[in-house]
Write a protein that binds this ligand. Structure first.
Ligand code: PAF
Length: 273
């Protein structure tokens, strides 16, 4: 891959990149379409990155279907599909990790303490191998996008980071590879993430701006459905991810909820009236 990236760059070609962990869905495909419009060639990676999973998380059961992914990539006109093995990415001598000081200490980083260290490290490695001019990430992982943007800025990486909008099922559920874990009976509970965000937007429209009250109302809604447990519900500053008390300027509402054993996340920008 590195040799091909160097070759393409020497030919003066621009490269856009969409890193994924596979089990592709319409959300990934929309990122690929966006990325394809931004450069001469589109590279997609599929790599279920072990360093971003905690010991009690779903690394071994993470859904995989390489043949299907490969054919979806072909249909989207992906020029190069890069799918390294874990042994290729992390040799026995591997010992260098990328960590950020502040952004990972919010939202998902609290219950997943190794997650963003793994993400920042693997994305750095992928950037060095693929050498993209531009890379596209999904807005559904809002904190991840912020972390990548910050890392690129701090480390002077000459890569343009773009985020693509969250793609939703017709009922509003944000698309995610982990939705495959949900049973039909868990689906209404999974939908409460989106419903809680919509409810918050409506309360905000009617003039309620106290974040604590809005979060409590969202929690009440989610917990009224079976099989749900809340990891976090936050209303935070879009840049620093620090909690906000009053929504008197644009904010992000982000939440992580477990439905049975499946951990789902969602987020949306909120604007005061
Ligand atoms: O969002 C994902 O699928 C992963 O976190 C990423 C960015 C591909 C890194 O492994």
């Amino acid at each position: 891959m590195l040799a091909r990236s160097n070759h393409l760059r020497n030919l003066g070609k621009t490269i856009s990149f969409v890193p994924t962990m596979g089990y592709l869905h319409e959300g990934h495909l929309s990122l690929m379409r966006l990325a394809k419009s931004m450069a001469d060639l589109l590279v997609v990676s599929i790599f279920v990155n072990p360093t971003q999973f905690g010991p009690a998380e779903d690394l071994s059961t993470y859904p995989r279907n390489f043949e299907r992914d490969q054919s979806l990539c072909r249909n989207e006109g992906v020029d190069i599909l890069f799918y390294p093995t874990a042994a290729e990415m992390y040799g026995p001598r591997f010992q260098t990790f990328i960590t950020l000081e502040q952004l990972p200490h919010h939202l998902c980083g609290i219950s997943r303490p190794v997650f963003f260290k793994g993400v920042a490290t693997v994305v750095t490695k992928l950037f060095h191998i693929v050498k993209p001019h531009t890379a596209v990430f999904g807005q559904k992982d809002y904190q991840q996008v912020r972390i990548i943007q910050q890392m690129v800025e701090d480390m002077d990486m000459d890569i343009q980071i773009t985020s693509g909008p969250t793609v939703r099922e017709t009922d509003g559920l944000a698309m995610s590879s982990r939705n495959a874990y949900l049973s039909a009976s868990q689906r209404p509970s999974a939908l409460t993430l989106y419903q809680a965000i919509c409810q918050t937007k409506n309360f905000l429209e009617s003039g309620l701006t106290d974040a604590k009250i809005l979060i409590q109302k969202a929690a009440n809604l989610i917990l009224s459905f079976p099989d749900t447990s809340i990891d976090y519900i936050a209303i935070c500053d879009p840049d620093s991810l620090e909690d906000m008390q009053t929504i008197d300027r644009p904010a992000v509402m982000a939440l992580a909820v477990k439905v049975g054993k499946t951990r789902l996340i969602d987020n949306m920008m909120l604007s005061p009236r």
